[in-house]
Design a protein around this ligand. Structure first.
Ligand code: ZN
Ligand code: ZN
Length: 309
């Protein structure tokens, strides 16, 4: 699994920074977080393809997060897709897409399955093959969701010592046990179960995407222990009051929240258009006073996510 940061801007598309969006790639499939105006340009610039796009999860109905969705749908239609697309998002996302397509007289050649948040919705928004996508309510000027994608736990490490002690000869039985299947012991005829030779299950990887929010419980829960967290760091510390009034975060607020939540790797996104690209070095240095390993995201950077152990 890896993530490509398509763009890192906030509020509006700028010549040097499109609105923030992240592409997650896993086993030949892709899903996307947010689709601001013009984001298909980033997909084209990065030659990332679109046919394998399974889903788009939208955080909220502000232009810099959703206006690019019609373009993404139309771009996908050009690739002769065979699979439906899932669109996940806040209340109103289905109406937005349907009305736009209707008003533009645009007929897609694939189906869209909508997953819209509602009061009392289950914590799991959607299942992406064996991974689960969770949504969390954030604190913004409009209803906004943060996302957390979790891979399922993996089997524990295979212990050759335990296998030897049980008298299981080296061979295909090892592979079967490792993949979770029982085997019949070649000499005793007894059933040997994977738990007899495997260590504790190991957790899967966790990716979080949270933007346009104040520090809040939803943010902390979404990014807790994440291997990779994309978090809004819209303003420098000098604009703390403005960040609070506009329901955004400074780089210091973002990194403090991420540090407290134990996120391993943090990439700051949704950078205000007031900052030139050259000023990101300063924002990053300020953020690193709290979290030395964090970085300000740059467009089309690819973030590999190694297995936790
Ligand atoms: Zn925004
Ligand atoms: Zn917003």
């Amino acid at each position: 699994m890896d993530c490509v940061l398509l763009a890192s801007g906030g509020m509006m598309p700028m010549p040097e920074r499109l609105p923030t969006s992240v592409l997650v790639r896993r086993d030949g499939h892709m899903m996307m977080f947010d689709a601001g105006e013009g984001i298909q340009l980033a997909l084209k610039r990065g030659a990332l393809g679109i046919r394998a796009l399974d889903a788009v999860a939208i955080t909220h109905l502000h232009a810099d997060h959703v206006l690019g969705l019609p373009g993404v749908l139309m771009f996908r239609a050009q690739s002769d897709p065979t699979e439906p697309l899932t669109v996940i998002g806040p209340p109103g996302i289905e109406r937005f897409v349907q009305h736009t397509l209707e008003d533009l007289h645009y007929h897609l050649n694939f189906d869209i399955e909508f997953v819209e948040w509602r009061e009392g919705a289950p914590a799991t928004a959607w299942r992406w093959h064996d991974a689960a996508l969770f949504w969390h309510e954030l604190e913004h000027s409009t209803f906004c969701l943060g996302y957390r994608l979790e891979e399922p736990p993996r089997p524990g490490k295979f212990s050759t010592e335990k296998a030897h002690a049980l008298g299981i000869p080296t061979g295909p039985s090892y592979g079967k046990l490792q993949s979770g299947q029982d085997i019949i012991h070649p000499t005793t005829g007894e059933i040997v179960r994977p738990r007899d030779v495997l260590g504790h299950p190991r957790r899967g990887r966790i990716v979080a995407y949270c933007t346009d929010t104040r520090p809040c419980d939803g943010l902390s829960t979404a990014i807790a222990g994440a291997d990779l967290a994309f978090v809004e760091g819209m303003f420098g510390p000098e604009h703390e009051t403005e960040a609070s009034e506009k329901k955004h975060m400074t780089v210091l607020e973002a990194t403090r929240a991420a540090k407290n939540a134990g996120a391993s790797r943090v990439v700051l996104v949704h950078i205000s258009p007031r900052y030139a690209l050259s000023e990101e070095v300063r924002l990053e240095a300020q953020a690193r006073t709290v979290l030395p390993s964090c970085s300000v995201g740059t467009a089309l950077s690819c973030y590999e996510i190694p297995l936790p152990d």
